[in-house]
Design a protein around this ligand. Sequence first.
Ligand SMILES: Cc1ncc(COP(=O)(O)O)c(C=O)c1O
Length: 400
Amino acid sequence: MAFLADALKRVKPSATITITQKARDLKAQGKDVISLSVGEPDFDTPDNIKEAAIAAIRRGETKYTPVPGIPQLREAITRKLKRENGLDYKASQTIVGTGGKHVIYNALLATLNPGDEVICVAPYWVSYPEMVALCGGTPTFCEATIQNNFKLQPADLEAAITPKTKWLILNSPSNPSGAAYTHAEMKALTDVLMRHPHVWILTDDMYEHLVYGDFKFVTPAQVEPGLYERTLTMNGVSKSYAMTGWRIGYAAGPQHLINAMDLVQGQQTSGTSAISQWAAVEALDGTQEHIPVFRKAFERRRDLVVSMLNQTRGLKCPTPEGAFYVYPDCSGLIGKTLPNGKKIETDEDLVMGLLENEAVAAVHGSAFGLGPNFRISYATSDEKLEEACRRIQRFCAELR
Ligand SMILES: Cc1ncc(COP(=O)(O)O)c(C=O)c1O
């Protein structure tokens, strides 16, 4: 009898974590590695949020909390969704989990039966298809190509829907492409979904605040209120508030779905860290003045990276609307030869060559389901980004 669960056969380890570990190993050997593979802001958590956590500890807020979150945070979430997204939810329609990842996982665990399909838009965040598989569902795929600026087209969505489709997972701005949908683009997608009443929408709004220029973020239930009864609006504080280590994510949706997620969470993690929840109350209710500061820095870095990559032999890099990633096309380099004589057959060969020869860590596009591309996170200092792009330019120029 096999010891490990069969479900594990359907799951791949996270490619981003694998690359990050390889980069760490090279660093430990004394190499000057520039890591552009991690998905977290390089900024520190703002002081007002840290102080709220310290005050919570001093008040003795160090015990178990209600499973779906402290009432103060659930109320703060309803205020946030009203203020920023025009969405009306009762506190009982919200749930707080241990990071956005946990919230998505619980939603899938609470709803998927064997054979249920979940549409993932490629390039997708690496965890979606793996979480779907772990929960016993079947991930299906729809491509958002570079020709369409990495945005899902309504006709392709329509074609991907089957009678077995339970969820569409939509992520705007996207990890890994940075693409974000305008109101008109989102409306074209929600129009398709209105024609398919059996399909639910899990919208991952983690990068909501990280959009640049005049871009205006929208979320599906706001654009099409007719979808309210089958939308789970998921968000978190990890990216917008530089709080990745605090592990707070949340979602709002129809009461029966939230109740089911509450049931799952009650037998699993229970409520997440009390201290982190109090910090998140301050993040959502307190001053938002750091957000334009983060945004300005990210926008400057995006422009720097896009410009340098577009001056690199063999690369094409569209300018994304948001998040802190770019996803250059590297098809011009497939078939070339690395300095050690090895032929580059895939984007993974290219990324490994870049790490070994120039000590720059990026993540290959095949991990995100669309390539040949690679993902660069520009959540690091301007100096490091400039140096990394110079190394990428040299590396690409020297391929034969
Ligand atoms: C698209 C997307 N959704 C969700 C998450 C999960 O965020 P958290 O760190 O809050 O679990 C991430 C983190 O990388 C992400 O990129």
